[in-house]
Design a protein around this ligand. Structure first.
Ligand code: CU
Length: 223
């Protein structure tokens, strides 16, 4: 009887075993990791880019810090990218790819620094951001130039694209406090916040801000 059972279902068992092994082989290091999709819109319901969405585990420790590096270059008389999120302790390089000189300066309490006038092709020593918070970066020679650095204790962050969309994956199972920040909020207004239980839901977590972002200042607008 047992033999008959095995013969009958042998192919089915083989298939099940294959599926199981495939799942095991493709599993990440953590027990289970999920992803979350986000959608950010402004007061009128239009997509908002440059929104940093970041997740902090509730009742669970943050993973060990790892040093990362980011680049904010000077291109076409602007900082690029406009918004950068990094983890506390990370360093940022400010290479100048313009024909003009630039003079980079932050007055922010989170990280005050100055890179005095430097020309094309120069990559000054990186700036280390050792405290969480918001840093506004200026160029003292070109008053429209501005970049934002959001320094975060959590490694789980992402920035929305032109469609207002973003995705966080590799999130360990659990509850997260999720926040959404945009440069218009600056360091005065708090970011939007909600608590989410992570699962593989297809429906994005939605954020609606109560303003319409003003366009980024540019050289042409400055004269
Ligand atoms: Cu400049």
């Amino acid at each position: 009887m047992k033999l008959l059972f095995l013969q009958k279902y042998r192919s089915l068992l083989a298939l099940a075993l294959t599926v199981t092994l495939t799942l095991v082989a493709s599993s990440p290091m953590v027990a289970h990791a999920a992803k979350l999709n986000f959608q950010a819109v402004d007061k009128n319901g239009n997509a908002m880019s440059d929104v940093v969405v970041y997740a902090t585990p509730v009742g669970a420790p943050l993973p060990a810090s790892e040093k990362t590096e980011a680049i904010i270059s000077q291109n076409d008389m602007q900082f690029s990218p406009y918004v950068t999120a990094i983890r506390t302790g990370s360093q940022v390089k400010f290479p100048n790819y313009d024909k003009m000189e630039h003079h980079v300066k932050s007055f922010s309490a989170t990280k005050e620094f100055e890179i005095k006038t430097y020309e094309r092709g120069v990559v000054p020593p990186p700036v280390i951001f050792d405290k969480p918070g918001i840093v506004i970066v200026y160029c003292l020679l070109h008053n429209w130039m501005r970049a934002y650095v959001l320094v975060l204790d959590t490694p789980y962050f992402v920035k929305t694209d032109q469609n207002g969309a973003a995705m966080l994956d590799k999130l360990p199972d659990g509850n997260y406090e999720i926040k959404a920040w945009h440069p218009i909020l600056g360091s005065i207004k708090p970011p939007l916040s909600q608590t989410v239980k992570v699962n593989d839901q297809a429906t994005p977590v939605k954020w609606q801000f109560d303003f319409v972002p003003v366009p980024r200042k540019s050289k042409s607008a400055a004269y």
